[in-house]
Design a binder for this molecule. Structure first.
Ligand SMILES: Nc1ncnc2c1ncn2[C@@H]1O[C@H](COP(=O)(O)OP(=O)(O)OP(=O)(O)O)[C@@H](O)[C@H]1O
Length: 711
């Protein structure tokens, strides 16, 4: 593929991967040299095995990126597959993402003039995308990249969608995708459909993120974010708390964060808002942000180490907090059959207060990190000879050096502290089974074990920045030449990878079945690659990942067998076998003519909808029980011992009669639910057939668009 005037080869040997400069849910990004032109580029290595999208989505991302022709959008020069990685070659943005920058140097966010410039450039990108029929669907500070000269570019089309994909040109979609904190209410409600206005909501959230250093609700776990986004008033800039910001900025944010998508302005209209009128050019307002900062790759290393330390220092929850969050999660989990233990653990890690200003704990750790970062930066700048022995150095010219001994020591200290806390409190041990242990325990143990057993040495070994045995296997000689790193670095990188497996409370949904990361989207916690989830039980269950959600074999079994079973968290609601739907559902779903790739997303949808219906039944049941109890006490049936004889005997008899009636009602509702599910399945199958036809039309259109763009 050609990129602009220059052409880039699709031969991996032509790209010399240098330092890691970022990572996301399914990709690691490297600074690299394109050897034939001796040009610095960025190579995004997307792990196809871990990828949070199906191949079609990935192909689409690469395709869209290569067709992009806007100065505020990252364009892909070319892309090709190396082993099970997709390499996407793109311009290197030397200052990384806005989120990266906030984490390293602006933990409380940027000043208004800077935010104005960033948002204006981002809006221009959105305006272009929307005009060309695309929804970005993942607008957030982590996807807004900055170059040293102040250029702003929107990146990551991992979840972007062509609004014409369905061919209906209604500009409305019905799939779940995105990142919870940034997701519009309509996106979070399956079935309501959403359009390009979802990006405007995300832009509003991004504005708050840039203003405060974190997105609203980001201290909460994903399910809570979801519920709060749907049920609470939209977040915004507070007229008292955010005094430093202008009225027009506050108004602009409020316009983006209107729950009714039809009332949100278009990108084009928003660009005409008074807030953007006096915004300075980015080369004036943004460029100055980078003064005195170390190179991006050193910042990235520092952030990974900070994540490791932060993870190790996480406070253990009190038993009461754990109990509260457990019940909170029972509610949330019931709708999607998530891993209760995992979500419960996440919930137990947060202070569940109702205040919107988040991050009290995080602010502290961010402050201590800021001090730590300052030490680190000054150590890097000073390049003290005495530290050289413990210094990471790169083979690459111009690569800075990071002192790791200090970081190692801090991580050790943190682990020791955690150990003593852990012994003292002994709160997490609820289950003896290893798989049921809270993730932090295992992560901590792993980090701890490593920090104990591995002492930094200057000894070098031939290894690369990528995951072992992955792209490195491409060429041993190149590996030796390009990827040589010190053993210490490997240990640290390995440690950082450990950190990526930690749960994340915001950013993309960190559910056990999806490869999600983005701690950098979620300043409250350490990175969350969820590698662990995929490494263990979820991998075996994983059937397909679609957008930001995934289908597991467990889910499929549920649907196939129509064993509409609640997650363990809400009790064992298994249908009586006589209420099972006729074999029709199974037959339809297993129809030979329907390709699995088409079936899976719909099964997923079906499963979600079924689960929601189950929840409705649960709610109905609870309210029935409440009203029964109310009736009973009103009429004194159960509360007064004297009345018991009137009921022909005991309280138990009355209760069991009520139970029986309730169960009958539940059965009726379940039967209704099953027939609705059947109807839904039939509709879905029709829809799939239509979709196939429309996909064919859409690819013709894409070809046409490409030709148009080329010409
Ligand atoms: N062209 C680039 N130049 C410099 N840094 C980059 C570039 N592209 C990405 N990065 C860095 O790498 C990080 C991860 O990249 P990216 O967001 O594309 O990965 P992802 O796996 O698609 O992420 P997500 O979790 O958002 O889906 C970014 O947040 C940014 O800090």
């Amino acid at each position: 593929m050609a990129g602009g005037q220059r052409s880039y080869t699709v031969n991996p040997e032509d790209y010399k991967l240098l330092e890691e400069v970022g990572y996301g849910a399914s990709a690691t990004v490297y600074r690299a040299i394109y050897v034939p032109l001796n040009e610095v580029v960025a190579v995004k290595c997307l792990d196809l095995d871990r990828c949070n999208s199906n191949l079609d989505d990935i192909r689409k991302e690469a395709q869209i990126m290569s067709l992009i022709g806007h100065p505020n959008l990252i364009k892909a020069f070319c892309s090709f597959v190396v082993d099970h990685y997709l390499w996407v070659v793109m311009p290197f943005m030397a200052e990384g993402s806005c989120l990266h920058l906030m984490k390293i140097a602006y933990p409380d966010g940027f000043e208004e003039a800077v935010i104005g410039s960033i948002l204006k450039e981002t809006l221009k990108a959105l305006e272009y995308l929307h005009l060309h029929g695309h929804i970005h669907r993942d607008v957030k500070a982590g996807n807004i990249l900055l170059d040293t000269n102040g250029v702003v570019k929107l990146a990551d089309f991992g979840v972007s969608a062509c609004m014409f994909d369905r061919g209906d040109r209604q500009h409305s979609r019905n799939t779940f995708t995105g990142t919870p904190c940034w997701m519009a209410p309509e996106v979070l409600q399956p079935g309501t459909g959403y359009d390009y206005k979802a990006d405007i909501w995300s832009l509003g959230i991004t504005a708050l993120e840039l203003a405060h250093g974190h997105a609203p609700f980001s201290k909460y776990p994903p399910m809570k974010v979801l519920l709060m986004t749907i049920n609470s008033a939209p977040p915004g800039l507070d007229y008292d708390r955010d005094k430093k910001f202008s009225k027009s900025f506050k108004e602009m944010v409020a316009m983006c964060l209107v729950k009714d998508q039809t009332k949100r302005p278009t990108a084009e209209k928003l660009l005409r808002h008074s807030f953007f009128k006096n915004v300075k050019p980015p080369e004036i307002s943004i460029k100055k942000l980078f003064a005195g900062l170390p190179p991006l790759w050193n910042r990235e290393k520092a952030l990974q180490l900070k994540d490791a330390a932060q993870l190790a220092m996480k406070k253990m929850p009190s038993s009461e907090e754990e109990a509260i969050s457990q019940s909170e999660y029972k509610r949330g989990v019931s709708a999607w059959n998530f891993d209760l233990e995992d979500l419960k653990f996440q919930a137990s890690m947060v202070q569940d207060d109702d205040e919107i200003p988040e991050f009290r704990e995080e602010d502290e750790s961010m402050k201590s990190y800021t001090n730590y970062k300052e030490n680190l930066v000054s150590a890097i700048n000073d390049r003290k000879p005495s530290l050289k022995q413990d210094t990471l150095s790169s083979e690459q010219e111009g690569v800075g050096e990071v002192t790791l001994a200090e970081c190692q020591r801090k991580t050790d200290l943190a682990c020791n502290k955690l150990d003593s806390d852990h012994q003292e409190k002994g709160r997490l041990k609820k289950n003896s089974s290893k798989t049921e242990l809270p993730p932090l325990t295992s992560d901590k143990d792993a980090v701890h074990a490593k920090s104990r057993s591995q002492t930094p040495k200057t000894h070098r070994s031939v290894s690369g920045p990528l995951m072992p045995g992955v792209i490195l296997s491409h060429s041993a000689s190149e590996r030796a030449h390009n990827f040589e790193r010190s053993k210490i670095e490997n240990q640290q990188v390995e440690k950082a990878h450990q950190v990526r497996r930690a749960p994340s409370f915001s950013g993309p949904l960190t559910l056990p079945n999806r490869a999600s990361a983005n701690s950098k989207s979620a300043p409250i916690n350490s990175s969350g690659g969820l590698k662990d989830s995929l490494d263990d039980k979820s991998v075996t269950n994983l059937v397909q990942i679609k957008g930001r959600f995934s289908v597991t074999s467990e889910n499929v079994d549920l649907v196939k067998g129509s064993q509409l079973r609640k997650a363990a968290s809400v009790g064992d609601w298994i249908l009586d076998s006589k209420l099972m739907p006729p074999g029709q559902l199974l037959k339809e779903l297993g129809h030979d003519n329907v390709p699995a790739s088409l079936l899976m997303p719909h099964l997923q949808n079906l499963f979600q909808q079924t689960s929601i219906q189950q929840d409705l039944i649960m709610n109905l049941l609870s309210s029935l029980q409440l009203s029964e109890a109310g009736d009973a006490s009103q009429h004194g049936k159960l509360s007064s011992p004297q009345r018991i004889p009137e009921n022909n005997g005991s309280v138990e008899a009355a209760v069991s009669e009520r139970e029986r009636m309730l169960l009958v009602k539940v059965s009726e509702l379940q039967a209704r639910m099953i027939s609705l599910t059947d109807e839904l399945t039939t509709e879905k199958l029709k829809y799939m057939q239509l979709q196939q036809q429309l996909n064919a039309m859409s690819s013709r259109e894409e070809d046409w668009d490409r030709r148009e763009l080329d010409s």
